[in-house]
Design a protein around this ligand. Structure first.
Ligand SMILES: C[S@@+](CC[C@H](N)C(=O)[O-])C[C@H]1O[C@@H](n2cnc3c(N)ncnc32)[C@H](O)[C@@H]1O
Length: 440
């Protein structure tokens, strides 16, 4: 390939453009695409650049795609969609990642050749250089539209503004920040202070937040499987907001507990780390169960892991009531956009009503499986009222034997009978919690 320097920066950008084009135009998930690609890359610096580039470019796609629209007289043909992605990557690396401008231009030009599109190398060069000259005016122009300014789709901007009028701008900003890497210490295997000391002696900087008894927040993102204690099951990756779920269930030794939407097992593991309970970890998605089993095994925990539909108990339930049920429901994931920025590109307004209907159906189907005096915790990583307080208030209207238990204000804003942590609050993800008790 003549004219291409020996430039691993160009190769990483070409890889990023291939993958980003698939995320944006084919709708594949950023996380699964990245995991598959990163597994093939042996150089940790290349992996880190690929990850930072892909996540930033997905996060800011809506803003810099608008910039590209201003710079091209005609949109690029479908066969040049990797070039389209490469140009957005170039803008994002220059403007949002603060990378050296002319090195980015040179590497993107080489990347166009590596993508087998040498005829577009000149276009990449010209467009990126024009961006360098005119960026202030271009950004001022596109940012008059909130879709570009906040890099969120219009429907979601409207929805968040309607649901959280006073917090909307802060939510958009939090969604566009990188999330910290938070671990949950497996208290069956070690103490938090012990792990903190072990990390410190290996040069891994971490903090122990006061409001989360099992958490360590790492100063920098890293490959957790290389951290001391990972193979021995001393910790798992879990955001702080998710770590607040299990303590609400008030577990006691010997209880029968159902985790109705369990995969990949983050909260199942936390349940088992917290008390000696008999846990059924259920999930409808067979493909997610091997990972659930692996996670439990690494942590030294035992559950009955079952494939089944929570709304059709006849296939898997033995008829014995559960003392506690966790319904960590499928949702829009609108509270974890900072971790999965492609949600902004893939979710549609039309997805919300069907999700709310599934959430309501799951709650109704699970309620008869709860023992009298038992508790069901409803949780989502959504910040949309339609999936949270509306689901729960509809449920309470239909179930006279259900009452909501008060939740402490440290869990977030009052939202109906539940609590809502908004994204970025105390450094955590957006999360909703509602705790229901069944009459005796
Ligand atoms: C938010 S994720 C659960 C995360 C998990 N609780 C954890 O902490 O690791 C939602 C899960 O619900 C599962 N799910 C969706 N519909 C279901 C159903 N009808 N019955 C059981 N599981 C379901 C999905 O397969 C997905 O794994």
């Amino acid at each position: 390939m003549s004219g291409v320097h020996d430039n691993s920066g160009a190769a990483v950008r070409a890889d990023a453009a291939r993958l980003l084009a698939r995320v944006v135009f084919d709708g594949i998930s950023l996380r699964s695409g990245f995991d598959a690609r990163a597994a093939r890359s042996s150089d940790p610096r290349d992996r880190a650049l690929l990850s930072a580039t892909l996540f930033s470019a997905s996060r800011w796609w809506l803003r810099f795609d608008a910039v590209l629209g201003r710079l091209l007289e005609r949109s690029l043909p479908a066969k040049a969609r990797q070039i389209h992605a490469l140009l957005v990557i170039g803008f994002v690396q220059i403007e949002m990642m603060g990378m050296p401008e002319y090195a980015v231009v040179a590497a993107c030009v080489d990347a166009a050749r590596l993508l087998g599109q040498p005829r577009h190398a000149g276009l990449v060069n010209a467009v990126l250089r024009r961006f360098l000259r005119e960026r202030q005016a271009l950004l001022a122009d596109v940012d008059r539209d909130p879709v570009s300014l906040h890099a969120h789709p219009r429907w979601l901007i409207e929805r968040i503004r309607a649901d959280w009028p006073r917090d909307a701008e802060a939510i958009f900003a939090a969604n566009n920040c990188e999330a910290p890497l938070t671990l949950r210490v497996n208290r069956r295997r070690c103490q938090r202070d012990e792990l903190l000391a072990r990390f410190a002696s290996s040069g891994v900087a971490a903090e122990a937040p006061v409001h989360l008894p099992d958490a360590l927040v790492l100063a920098e993102s890293t490959d957790v499987s290389r951290l001391p204690g990972f193979a021995e099951g001393h910790f798992s990756v879990q955001d702080g907001a998710a770590q607040q779920v299990v303590p609400l269930l008030d577990l006691h030794t010997g209880m029968r507990v159902l985790d109705a939407c369990a995969a990949p097992g983050g909260k199942s593991a936390h349940l088992l780390e917290s008390a000696d309970v008999a846990l059924t970890a259920l999930d409808v998605d067979a493909a997610r169960l091997p990972r659930t089993r692996e996670n439990l095994q690494r942590l030294g925990l035992t559950a009955t892991v079952v494939e089944g539909d929570a709304a059709r108990p006849e296939g898997w339930w033995d008829g014995q009531p559960f003392d506690r049920i966790l319904l960590d429901a499928p949702c829009s994931a609108s509270g974890i956009i900072r971790r999965q920025p492609d949600i902004k590109l893939h979710r549609r307004a039309a997805d919300i009503a069907p999700l709310a209907a599934i959430q309501a159906r799951l709650g109704t189907a699970l309620w008869p499986m709860l023992a009298r005096g038992g508790k069901l915790l409803y949780a989502t990583c959504s910040i949309l009222r339609a999936e949270n307080e509306a689901t729960i208030s509809g449920f309470l209207d239909r179930h006279e034997d259900a009452r909501a238990l008060p939740l402490h204000e440290r869990l977030g804003r009052a939202a109906g009978v539940g609590r809502q942590n908004l994204p970025g609050n105390k450094g955590m993800d957006g999360f909703y919690y509602a705790l229901l008790e069944k009459a005796r």
